[in-house]
Every structure is written in C-alpha cells, then in structure tokens.
Design a protein around this ligand. Sequence first.
Ligand SMILES: [Cu+2]
Length: 279
Amino acid sequence: MRSKFHILSLFAAVAALIGTASAAFADGRAEPWQLNFQAPATPVMEQVVNLHDILLYISFAVSIFVLALLILVVLRFNRKSNPTPSKRSHHTMLEVAWTVAPILILVVIAIPSFRLIYFEDKVEEADLTIKAVGHQWYWSYEYPDNGNFGFVSNLLEGDALPEGGHRLLEVDNRVVVPVGQTVRLLITSEDVLHSFAMPSFGVKMDAVPGRLNETWFRVEKPGVYYGQCSEICGIRHGFMPIVIEARAEGEFNNWVTEAQGKFARVDQDGDVRVALASR
Ligand SMILES: [Cu+2]
C-alpha cells in the first residue's frame, strides 16, 4: 500500500511540474526545453489537451498493471521458487478476459475520440472564411468575405528579421483574424503537398493540389500565434512559417480596410498569383 502511494505521489508531482511548465507559455509558439503542448488558444485545442490527459491516465494505469504482472511472474515463477511448473496450456475464462478487457478500454477511448474528431471537422456557421494556399516555399492567403483580397506571406530571415523576432517563425504579412469569431479555413496547394499546422489552435491539415480541405478555429484571446508547414515539401520546407495575429474586432476591421488598399484583389479568373505578380 505504501509503495503504491509513493508511485502515485511521484506521478502527481511530475504532472504538476509539466502543468506549471506549460502554463507559462501563453504566446503561441514553442519554447526552448518546452514540455507538453503549447497553451491552447481555441476550443478545439482545449479539447485535444483534455483527451490527451485522459489517455495519459489510461495508458499509465495499463503500463503499471502490465509491469506489476511482469514483476509477479519474475518473482513467483522463476526456477527457484517454482521448481515444478504447471503443464496447463489453456484457460478459457482468462483468454476471454484478456480479449474483452482491451476491447472495453478501446471503446471507452473511442467515444470521446470520435466526438472530438467530429467537433474538429467542420463548422455549420462561420463568421468569415480564409483560404490558405501552400506554395514552394511560402503561404498565400485570401479573404473572400472581406473584399476578396489576397496576399503572400514570406519568411523574414537574415537582416530582415526584426529585433526580438523569432528566427524561422516571422513573416512579412501576418494573417489577421478577429478574436472570438469563428473562422472557416480552406486549405489547398498550388504545387506539392504542404500541411497547414498551428499547434496552439489544434489545426493540422494537408494542403493538397487540386483539393480544397476545410477546417475551422476560433481564437479566444488576442495574441500572435506561430505555426509551420508540416509536410516535407522540398528544400525550403523549414522556411515557410505561418503567423496568425488575433485582434479585437474593431482593430481587425481597421486592418481589413488597410489591407484592401494594400493588397491585390483576387479576381475570378485568377487567384493569388495576381498578388504574386505584383510582388
Ligand atoms: Cu510546405
């Protein structure tokens, strides 16, 4: 009983340590020596973290149970303590039990897991739509609901990286979204497979040429959130970051007005290549 208590308190201590470590990261990017996930910025990521925590407890319990059985076997059934082994080779009840128990565990895991998959999948009602297009090697974005403008977002590197900027993560044109509003995100590619990944949003979706993939997010608090392409897409795969800035609605509207003047319109026959041409 005593050793059980020790193991539990050790586990609780590790969990608390990881918890405090992750609470410090509120800025939407990975930190050096980070443990655990980035702080969730959307309802989807909150639920991803919750499911992960549940799974961690279940897998911890299973591991401890298996370890206990192994130790029992080593101690009780070695040659010295069990010189004449049993010749038994089958035990129906035992075999049923070790087949049914894992099935039940998987069913218990499947219920919240499927619920989350459907929650992540699509939104019925979105406040605005943004289209992200992967290119070798940068992203471009379109705002069909806000005047149909589009722009290219390129990595800032070398001397272009601003003072205090995060290396390999900063871009010239950030995606700006309104806080608290539901954004439908359409993702595609112009050339090869890319993947739009934003860890603190719980969004990771492939950008496939000729296909339009859909997902969504709703950022709960203002901030700057960093992501990267997560599909090996060529020599500069590691140099096409994603930066999303969540602003209050008024500031977002100001940005839209400014952006409509600054960026090219995405016309019906063209796409963001119009914007590219003026680059
Ligand atoms: Cu890519």
